[in-house]
Design a protein around this ligand. Structure first.
Ligand code: DOR
Ligand code: ZN
Length: 355
């Protein structure tokens, strides 16, 4: 369905969007954040990096129930579960979780790459059997695309991953469907564009808006620190061009990753930007700036389901552009403590109209 835009571009009706990469956590944090996503998004790919991680179909089933239980009464939201790939993961268990419709993807974290990735993969050889089975059954692999070698500069870790891990893996298993998660570089965008098939990428809201200066220039700002870390401006521009291009291989995965403030504002702060609550307003702003509001629907509502082989949502949401910017609370109070909402550093005029 084409986006319906009025001539003054103040109202936009889209198929209901989905978030193809989301952290909801568990317990009090889950209960505190889940509706920030569920209010606007119909479905989300749920990251499995809990402690302990969501490894088996049984773990995913139990976590899915906890997510559904945390929703406010009457809210419709479908968590699309993923399994955390470990060197002990069983191909049979993965295939069964896929066949039953429970798990939509498997997540590859190189061990040590990011939050709760200790149980991830050190040696890809050890998971070859699982990856081969996934290639056979058409189950996507979501990849955190960074090498963990401390000798590699943190700003180069995505580019080096593409060359030394992703490209060899794709040559070896060309039938494996891969999503490069939260691409942050021109190298990533170019690599996806150059692929004939079976490769897509998610883009976050924050990487379309900030470059590395936001984290480091004029003082250290921990709420802009995430992984992969934001890169130079030229990379941000490449990500924006990809997002607004309409190319079906690029779609939204917010990587909204809540951490309570004390864990962000400290000597060794956690990585993650919490963007769930204002993601749609920020994106409408970005697409408007790029003169591409008519392609927002492809990015948030059409390209993702097409890659995952799921139908696009039939329901719609409406965004309105108001003269007076929307005032979002700076923090969301959760049972675990306050979580600071991503500040895009511009006034957000676009807002989702509550139905
Ligand atoms: O910034 C991030 N936060 N990047 C990740 O890869 C993980 C996430 C988290 O779980 O906090
Ligand atoms: Zn993530």
């Amino acid at each position: 369905m084409p986006a319906e835009t009025t001539s003054d571009l103040t109202r936009l009706t889209l198929r209901r969007p989905d978030d193809w990469h989301l952290h909801l956590r568990d317990g009090a944090m889950l209960r505190g954040v889940v509706d920030s996503t569920a209010r606007h998004f119909a479905r989300a790919i749920i990251m499995p990096n809990l402690v302990p991680p969501v490894v088996t179909a049984q773990d995913a089933n139990a976590y899915k129930k906890r997510i559904l239980d945390a929703l406010p009464a009457g809210r419709r939201f479908e968590p699309l579960m993923t399994l955390y790939l470990t060197e002990g993961t069983q191909a049979e268990d993965v295939a069964a979780a896929h066949d039953s419709g429970l798990a939509k993807a498997v997540k590859l974290y190189p061990a040590g790459a990011t939050t709760n990735s200790q149980s991830g993969v050190r040696d890809l050889e050890k998971v070859t059997g699982v990856l081969e089975r996934m290639a056979e059954i058409g189950m996507p692999l979501c990849v955190h695309g960074e090498v963990t070698d401390p000798a590699i500069d943190i700003f180069d870790r995505e580019a080096v991953f593409i060359e030394t891990v992703l490209d060899p893996l794709r040559r070896r298993l060309p039938e494996l469907r891969i999503v490069m998660e939260h691409v942050t570089t021109r190298n990533g965008v170019d690599y996806v564009r150059g692929a004939q098939r079976n490769l897509a990428a998610t883009l976050t809201v924050h990487h379309l808006i900030i470059n590395r200066n936001a984290i480091l220039a004029g003082g250290i700002r921990p709420h802009y620190y995430c992984l992969p870390v934001a890169k130079r401006e030229e990379h941000r521009l490449a990500l924006r061009a990809a997002a607004v291009s309409g190319d079906p291989r690029f779609f939204l995965g917010t990587d909204s990753a809540p951490h309570v403030d004390p864990l962000k504002e400290c000597a060794c702060g956690c990585a993650g930007c919490f963007t769930a609550a204002n993601a749609m307003g920020c994106l409408a702003h970005v697409f408007e700036q790029e003169g591409a509001l008519d392609r927002l629907e492809a990015f948030v509502s059409l390209n993702g389901p097409a890659f995952y082989g799921l139908p696009a949502n039939e329901e719609t949401i409406t965004l309105v552009r108001r003269e007076t910017p929307t005032r979002f609370p700076a923090k969301l109070e959760t049972g675990d403590g306050p979580v600071t909402l991503f500040d895009p550093m511009f006034p957000i005029h676009w807002d989702v109209v509550e139905e």
